[in-house]
Structure formats: structure tokens, C-alpha cells
Design a protein around this ligand. Structure first.
Ligand code: NAD
Ligand code: ZN
Length: 239
């Protein structure tokens, strides 16, 4: 923790990269745990363009369940500390793979959402925008035009939003400290950014419960610790 606090104080341009592990302490399962909930179906198959076109009932049921979970959960102290650190000038931006919108809810301003968000929805036929509460309704996937409403997430089979990728590339190239929080770094191409930052001379820190394939490139690795606890301890050392 001392090392991470020292890095944060020294750095001029810190970029934080978050994955599903950032939100498990809020009660939102990561994909590994989610597989437990969806025993027969792989979420990767439901969160896909195939399901959107061919398996709409299950697609809707999957996202309805995720949205209900989201509404009943809150950002935790780790999300809030990141927002405070941004206000204090300690971190510059957050690149996230998460679609839960919790960084913004906690007060972070500069958030780059690589995989979109489930906090907003739209009709794929007429483009009408909807709030996420629409998906809680029984027939919440049906637009007033009769078309199908989907969340504004990037599905498996879709490419990442260009503007988010461009911003993430810029942030990764400018970073002198790059901190990964709660990502298995298995999802490509999102996992390219930590390496991009490292290649450009940034110090790389990985905070993840389990080992990742990228640990060998990191200057500091923290395993077996919850992100919320790690950030709270580091925060004490910053005062
Ligand atoms: P992942 O599920 O592949 O990996 C999460 C990692 O976080 C795991 O290695 C786990 O050991 C670690 N972890 C879990 N809780 C932790 C904690 N409290 N402290 C420290 N480490 C913890 O997640 P990923 O790399 O983000 O990739 C999964 C994909 O699924 C992403 O594309 C993401 O968009 C999507 N997803 C998003 C959410 C969300 O928005 N909250 C939830 C599930 C999946
Ligand atoms: Zn419509």
C-alpha cells in the first residue's frame, strides 16, 4: 500500500482502468460469479448480437435481471474514493469495462466507458431513447413503435465505440501511472490499454483478487485483497 500511495503522489497523469471486480463489493457479480446464477446459459452467449436477433426473450430476461440488480445496489467507498481522488487532482481519468454507471453515480467526471452502459436504452428500430427503468416493466423491451428496445451496451459481436477507444488510447499514451482495478484482463481489446501505457513508460499497478496474465509486466501487483479495502488503506496514507 505504501508503494501505491507513493506512486500516486509522484505521478502527474494517473489513469485508472476498472473491470467487473470493481463492482462486486456493491453486490454486482462479475462474469465468473454470474455463471453461477445462470447455470445453464453462459452470459457471453446472452450478451451477444446473436441473442439480440434470435433469442430476444432470454436477452430481455438477462438484462432485466441485471438492471434490477443494478437499481438495488449502490456504488461503494472504493468508487467514492476514486471520485474524491479525481477532485483532488490525484487521478486524471477512469477507463472502465463496466456498464453499471457506478463511477458516474459516485461522482467521477472523466469516465471512458469502453463497453457502453446499461443505464440507458434505445429502440433498435426507431432510435427512441429510454431510461433503464423501462426494462423493469413486464414487456419492457417493446417500443411504442412496436420495435425492440435494447441497452446501450457493446454486445459480443459488436465493435467498441470509436470515440471511447480513441480517448482510452490517448489517456493510455499520456499516463505515467496506470492502475488496473478488478479485471481478469481476459477481454480483448480492452486489455490492450495497460500494455499500451506500460510501453509508453507508465508505471503499471494491478490490483486483482486473482493473478492475471499481465502480472509479469506490472511494477506492483496486489492480490487477495478487496479493492475497497486497498483504496481505503491507500487513502489513509495520502493524508
Ligand atoms: P472479469 O469478471 O473477467 O474479472 C473480474 C476480476 O476481478 C476477477 O479476476 C476477480 O478475481 C476480480 N475481483 C472480483 N472482486 C474483486 C474485489 N472485490 N477486489 C479485487 N478483485 C476482485 O471482469 P472483466 O475483466 O471486467 O471482464 C468481464 C466483462 O464483463 C467486461 O467486458 C465487462 O463489461 C462485463 N461485466 C461488467 C459488469 C459490470 O458492469 N459491473 C459485471 C459483469 C461483467
Ligand atoms: Zn421504436
Amino acid at each position: 500500500m505504501n508503494q501505491l500511495a507513493a506512486y500516486l503522489k509522484q505521478a502527474n497523469h494517473t489513469v485508472v482502468f476498472t473491470g467487473a471486480g470493481m463492482s462486486t463489493e456493491s453486490g454486482i457479480p462479475d462474469f465468473r460469479s454470474a455463471k453461477g446464477i445462470w447455470k445453464e446459459k453462459d452470459p457471453m452467449q446472452l450478451a451477444s448480437t446473436y441473442a439480440l436477433m434470435r433469442n430476444r426473450d432470454e436477452f430481455f430476461a438477462f438484462y432485466q435481471k441485471r438492471i434490477k440488480g443494478l437499481i438495488s445496489c449502490q456504488p461503494h467507498r472504493g468508487h467514492k474514493l476514486l471520485a474524491e481522488w479525481e477532485r483532488d487532482g490525484l487521478i486524471h481519468s477512469i477507463i472502465t469495462q463496466n456498464v453499471d454507471g457506478f463511477h458516474q453515480r459516485a461522482g467521477s467526471q472523466h469516465v471512458i466507458e469502453l463497453h457502453g452502459t446499461i443505464a440507458r436504452l434505445h429502440c433498435i428500430d426507431c432510435g427512441q431513447a429510454y431510461d433503464l427503468t423501462k426494462y423493469i416493466e413486464e414487456n419492457g423491451s417493446v417500443c411504442t413503435c412496436g420495435g425492440f428496445i435494447r441497452p446501450n451496451v457493446v454486445l459480443f459481436g459488436e465493435s467498441l465505440p470509436h470515440d471511447a477507444v480513441d480517448q482510452a488510447e490517448l489517456e493510455s499514451s499520456q499516463a505515467d501511472l496506470f492502475i488496473v482495478l478488478g479485471s481478469s484482463l481476459q477481454v480483448s481489446p480492452a486489455n490492450y490499454f495497460p500494455i499500451e501505457a506500460k510501453r509508453n513508460g507508465a508505471k503499471l499497478v494491478i490490483v486483482n483478487m486473482e493473478p492475471t496474465d499481465y502480472d509479469e509486466y506490472a511494477d506492483l501487483v496486489i492480490h487477495d485483497r478487496k479493492i475497497g479495502e486497498v483504496l481505503a488503506e491507500v487513502n489513509q496514507l495520502l493524508i
